[in-house]
Design a protein around this ligand. Sequence first.
Ligand SMILES: Cc1cc2nc3c(=O)[nH]c(=O)nc-3n(C[C@H](O)[C@H](O)[C@H](O)COP(=O)(O)OP(=O)(O)OC[C@H]3O[C@@H](n4cnc5c(N)ncnc54)[C@H](O)[C@@H]3O)c2cc1C
Length: 486
Amino acid sequence: MSTEHVDVLIVGAGLSGIAAAYHLQHKCPGKRFAILEGRGAIGGTWDLFRYPGIRSDSDMYTLGYSFKPWTDPKAIADGPQILNYVKDTATENGIDRHIRFHHRVRRAAWSSADARWTVEVERRTEQGTTETVLITCGFLFMCSGYYRYEAGYLPDFKGMADFKGRIVHPQAWPEDLDYAGKRVVVIGSGATAVTLVPAMARTAAHVTMLQRSPTYVVSRPAQDALANKLRRHLPASLAYHLIRWRNVLFGMYFFQLSRRKPQRVKQLILGGVRAALGPDYDIATHFTPRYNPWDQRLCLVPDGDLFKTIREQRASVVTAGIESFTARGLRLSDGRELEADVIVTATGLVLQVLGGIEVMVDGRKVDFAKTLNYKGMMYSDVPNLAATLGYTNASWTLKCDLTCEYVCRLLNYMDRHGYRQCMPHNDDASVTPLPSLSFSSGYVQRAVADLPKQGSKRPWRLYQNYALDIISLRFGKVDDGVMRYS
Ligand SMILES: Cc1cc2nc3c(=O)[nH]c(=O)nc-3n(C[C@H](O)[C@H](O)[C@H](O)COP(=O)(O)OP(=O)(O)OC[C@H]3O[C@@H](n4cnc5c(N)ncnc54)[C@H](O)[C@@H]3O)c2cc1C
């Protein structure tokens, strides 16, 4: 078993891992780093998900990196475009040379005496066997996303084995699935379902979106006319940052309005749906959620594609529970039967903390459910470890970029002062632990008890607010009295 040492070990070669490497290259030029990637490809989410129509549900001016302008005319981009953007960033900056594919991190153990992590990695060899590799590092930077890669969430539906057609989960889309001319039922009404329905309806005989309860659905233009105009007249980077800020500010305004005047925002969204589907459509049943806007993520549909497909009767929405699968389709809780050749279970993700790795600190196993999240990136009493996590109410990359910048500031500060360990620690008894996510969505509620907590005040509080995070992460002191250096 060989042991190698690097200064910073990045786990994950998705959008965040590539950002982390870029920031390290530019802000901590002397640091030796490596990227370990469990899969055989760059891109994480944007490589894994292959279902028809896969696309972003936020605009690329905020989902793009701060340091690489998004220049495609499409603001709501297709999955392969996003994947190419991430890959291009990696190759243009020579980051791809630092990636070790088929290296899955299983365990990390911190030793305060050595001020080092020893990381246990399962490496898949060219012969298809696995071997264990040990790597030590001074700082562990987890860019491993927020959900389990192996399989998505699948409720235990009654009678699934009886169904004679094909059952497919969007997280494991079979390449050979031919649904042309077939009757498709998509179970779910989240971001994935509203993407799949219009995409599959192009060739399917009919697509039914079967939802237990409705979601807020908002239409936005796929292309941003102002952005495209600005790009013709201004340097790419200037145009990008202007539109990025406009979108950030609009997103923050809309979120705040939803919190303060939920009824007004609700009427605004439902007005949009009514205009798209016409006065006779039963919006109360199919598009009026029981919760307020932003109690769960809103679903974005580019150019109203979902509504258009419904109007053209190539797709329809059914709102009811599932009693059981049958040989020919589904029996619903209201007694109706839905016949199908293909059933897509767009039932969501399984949230996972830090890529499912086991973490030990000086021989003690860390229970992350008992830790407090420091500035949305580090964990109480866990030294030299940060994780990139995005916002729930804005694009992932906004927070990811800030986290990477902050980690670089932290590493440079430690180098300047000769410190080898940094660890956030709470000794303020008035800080109370709170759930880290307030969404009422099923995937959040299923996992929230196992997730790290946020605290009731700074720096443990998660504001989900880009402007406040800029102040805290870009300009706030790294030696804030809570971070312990040694
Ligand atoms: C279908 C879908 C659509 C989305 N659309 C949007 C959107 O429009 N806007 C938005 O802001 N967000 C969106 N998100 C959230 C999205 O995940 C983020 O935007 C972003 O891609 C996350 O990047 P990441 O690199 O942090 O994580 P990921 O993309 O999840 O990549 C993590 C990488 O880490 C690797 N990894 C994990 N654990 C280990 C381990 N133990 N050892 C080694 N490697 C490991 C994985 O193999 C993977 O390559 C979407 C998510 C999904 C699932």
